[in-house]
Write a protein that binds this ligand. Sequence first.
Ligand code: FNR
Length: 359
Amino acid sequence: MTSLFEPFTLRSLTVPNRAWMAPMCQYSALPDGPDTGAPLDWHLAHLGARAVGGTGLILTEATAVSPEGRISPYDLGLWNERQTEAFARVTAFLRSQGTVPGIQLAHAGRKASTERPWKGGGPVAIADGGWRPVGPSPVPFADGYPVPHELSTADIAGIVADFAAATRRARDAGFQVVEVHGAHGYLISSFLSPQANHRTDAYGGSFANRVRFALDVVDAVRGEWPDELPVFFRASATDWLPEGGWTPDDTVALAAELKAHGVDLLDASSGGNVTGVHIPAEPGYQVPFAGRVRRESGLATGAVGLITDAAQADTIVASGEADAVFLGRALLRDPNWVRAAARELGAEVRIPEQYLRAV
Ligand code: FNR
């Protein structure tokens, strides 16, 4: 029996295996008009193909809780009913394949209003359809980025309410998991890191103050999400700075808080608040963060980052470093990665009836 293909139960949700799809922006939604931010045929085909391929749980790309929370004008969003209806088509298809549909809810903060990566990825000016980004402090992300509007406490409460409303819509759209995007230097992550958060009020300074916004969001999400379904939180486990940044110790401490606030799994990524740091990107380089959080906080974890090989993924779960693995680029390269991994590991795997003649 392989560990990767053991079912996994969180609250009353059972996921058929532990090979899951990481959230990955497609920058392929409409930037304006009535269907702004709604999933289109591309998203259905893209996510649907990975469901057909046997992926146990699929997280949508970062889906903005408000228009200003988009990374680019082409991001998915969940701030209106049209988007809810369009997502319902996606979740119905994923569920028809036995895959658990999850949504990553996000606010891009000071890294909002940028171009699609294949157009250079730089800031989009207001005159070109962009908007002024917001952040904990008036500190730009990097050279060439605009100075973000410093959020007031009333602004913060408004964004927390946006997360609550998006969570309600996610439930109505048929999602079974919500992941709060607290990583990669986007809004929640930027509140956590002393590199981006220079506030002197209740949302800045001490560790307890810097995690306050994350916990406010989690409370709002939990308040709208059914008790029987799990909430995930994606964190950047480190800013990769020798000093003055967010650290793995901070992540373990945050995980304990998240657990107390009703989060069920921490998805352990890293980086994104500062540029120019050295990241030792080698196979499985972020797995130890998931392992530490799991051992020291007791929270379930997902490991992510350069996990590309079936035996590697199986070992991560078998060794107790994580409860599941999130696959990113491996699934972009091969939508049938999970079925191929099952074959390699000798596990039972679901095959659509339509494809039985190809077994
Ligand atoms: C990403 N990543 C990412 N992360 C996230 O939390 N939300 C997102 O929307 C995106 N978008 C995104 C788009 C694309 C095209 C890529 C390649 C990556 C990061 C992703 O979830 C994952 O953490 C990394 O890709 C590392 O895992 P892999 O690719 O090495 O398996």
